[in-house]
Design a protein. Structure first.
Length: 346
């Protein structure tokens, strides 16, 4: 605790110098030091824009030396007012309700060169509306989910290797996989891949009618991904390349992990006329090359896979089980708890 207070004091002491460099207004600087009141009208909506009533809501207002939390419930219009004193570094909003995935949003009032104004000890605009999206829990199923985190050294470079999405591994002899859903290759010229500067990550689909399409991520939702694959989409993304040479991006810009996932169609079965009879669906949410502590190329890959043919459902049952936890985070703690730590674990 003493260490935390030390850094808080040091940070507060340096504010005048930072403010001078950024030309922060005196009233804003005072609010950054001592706090000022902020008010928000929280509007909770579902997937189709309908207000969600009786949803649990909390707002965490930062203020030195310790943040404080406001709790509430939405009315019939999905509205709830959150008011508190803050230094402006961050305000965190959370919402949850049975039958929905939780929602979270974090904002700052003192973004560099875009600080909010302060008037009469109030952050402006006062009473602004912030929207939280509660996505409904539909029909989650058990899916295969796997990932190659940092440190998973690529068994061989400059060579295409198959990946089995059901096993969550490279195919034999490089792993335990048996069926190739797609192939990956890390190009490497032998130089130490410091921050993967000298690695190029490739992914390709080789099976007829297999491929993918990009779908957006809803980052503020506890379940940010698509509910299911679109059978009518073209699945025309057949090759993804992420290149980092000399810190300069080359090749195709990869959207994975940056606001989008790649919805995949693999294990395609065709009829005698070459038409699709059945397939398996999934999505890839992270794909790139990385580097191990030893300076060797590694693969970062995170996938979700539905092994049932022609089942386009991509809503994971494990995420749905955790939704109840997000509701508890939005409700006042039991009286036995002396204080509550606010965090968003998803």
């Amino acid at each position: 605790m003493r260490i935390q207070l030390f850094f808080l004091i040091i940070g507060a002491a340096t504010l005048p110098y930072v403010a001078h460099a950024r030309h922060i207004k005196p009233e804003v600087l005072k609010a950054m030091h001592n706090g000022a009141m902020a008010e928000f009208q929280l509007k909770v909506l579902d997937d189709v824009g309908t207000p969600v009533s009786n949803a649990s809501v909390c707002a965490v207002f930062d203020i030195l030396p310790e943040p404080h939390t406001i709790y509430g419930k939405t009315d019939t219009n999905g509205m709830c007012i959150a008011k508190g004193r803050t230094n402006g570094n961050y305000i965190e909003f959370l919402s949850g309700k049975d039958g929905y995935y939780g929602a979270q949003k974090k904002i700052t009032l003192i973004e560099m060169n875009a600080e909010h104004d302060v008037k009469d000890d109030k952050w402006l605009p006062y009473g602004v509306t912030e929207v939280l999206l509660l996505r409904r829990i539909h029909k989650p199923v058990a899916l295969h989910s796997f990932g190659f985190g940092a440190g998973r050294v690529v068994p061989v470079t400059n060579t295409w290797i198959g990946v089995d999405m059901a096993y969550g591994d490279f195919i034999k002899p490089y792993g335990k996989g048996e069926c190739v859903d797609f192939e990956v290759m890390v190009e490497w010229d032998g130089r130490p891949p410091i921050d993967s500067n000298y690695c190029v990550a490739n992914m390709r689909f080789v099976e007829q009618l297999s491929g993918g399409y990009y779908a957006p991520i809803i980052r503020e939702s506890e379940y940010p991904y698509v509910y299911g694959a679109n059978e009518n989409d073209s699945y025309d993304v057949r090759h993804v390349k992420v290149a980092c040479r000399g810190n300069a991006r080359q090749g195709e810009a990869c959207q994975l992990g940056n606001g989008a996932v790649l919805v995949t169609r693999t294990r395609c079965v065709l009829d005698g006329n070459g038409n699709l009879k059945s397939a398996c669906y999934g999505f890839i949410r992270i794909f790139d090359a990385d580097a191990s502590w030893e300076g060797k190329p590694t693969m970062r890959l995170a996938c979700v896979f539905n092994p049932t043919h022609n089942d386009t459902n991509l809503e994971d049952v494990e995420t749905a089980k955790r939704a109840r936890h997000s509701i508890r985070q939005c409700e006042p703690p039991p009286q036995s708890e002396k204080k509550r730590k606010s965090f968003w674990p998803f």
